[in-house]
Design a protein around this ligand. Sequence first.
Ligand code: I3P
Length: 253
Amino acid sequence: MYLQLQDLLGDFTSPCVMDCKIGVRTYLEEELAKAKEKPKLRKDMYEKMIQIDPNAPTEEEHRLKGVTKPRYMVWRETISSTATLGFRIEGIKKSDGKSSKDFKTTKTREQIMQAFQDFTNGFPHALPKYIQRLKAIKATLEVSDFFSSHEVIGSSLLFVHDKTNANVWLIDFAKTLVLPNGMSISHSSKWIVGNHEDGYLIGLNNLISIFTEMHETLTDPASSLLPAPPVTTIVTAASDISEDERLTGADNT
Ligand code: I3P
């Protein structure tokens, strides 16, 4: 047994990097159950909450100066695009080394597109590569036994490009857990407590749709007058690395 590590930025020169956390839910059902059983107040999360919106905590939370973790995580999901689009931008680092994590309230499709435009500005070759890679990831996930039997929470897609290359990888599997009792999930159905759905494919489909719309607008500016294209089913075949390698990034991380 061995763990293979690879520096994802190794083949890039002055790369631009973006981390998007995927899924409509960012906490485990387990965490929710624990918090219900034994509510633990987090002062740090209360502080983070009031920094963004002093009116977000309830009167009681203000009085206690604390919120539970699931309460904070759900709030974070609804102020960002997680709850509606199934992903959110966690951070972006540009080629000049400047980075920003100021995306906590980046919520609408338009706001996301603006941030993606800023991220890819000056690197038009990145858009078709990102679309191709996202479609390949989707094709692989849709036939993966690993994916259907695991809930994938708090995992990210890492977007990396420089002047000549662009790629996307799956990263962060600390909260990727095998489902109980041989259960399987669709990753695109609505989550209700107990069904373990994570909305991973909702996020992936929206990413494909947004990058596709941006690419079409760039190659045919008149198309920006048309409504957003529907999410397409996958046509791209995955490349020839094994499923495990793709899912865990073992060939790349
Ligand atoms: C953090 C973010 C992390 C979460 C962390 C939160 O909030 O949601 O995903 O870690 O919990 O504080 P924010 O992005 O607003 O700073 P996990 O995903 O590992 O739970 P933590 O403080 O308990 O580590």
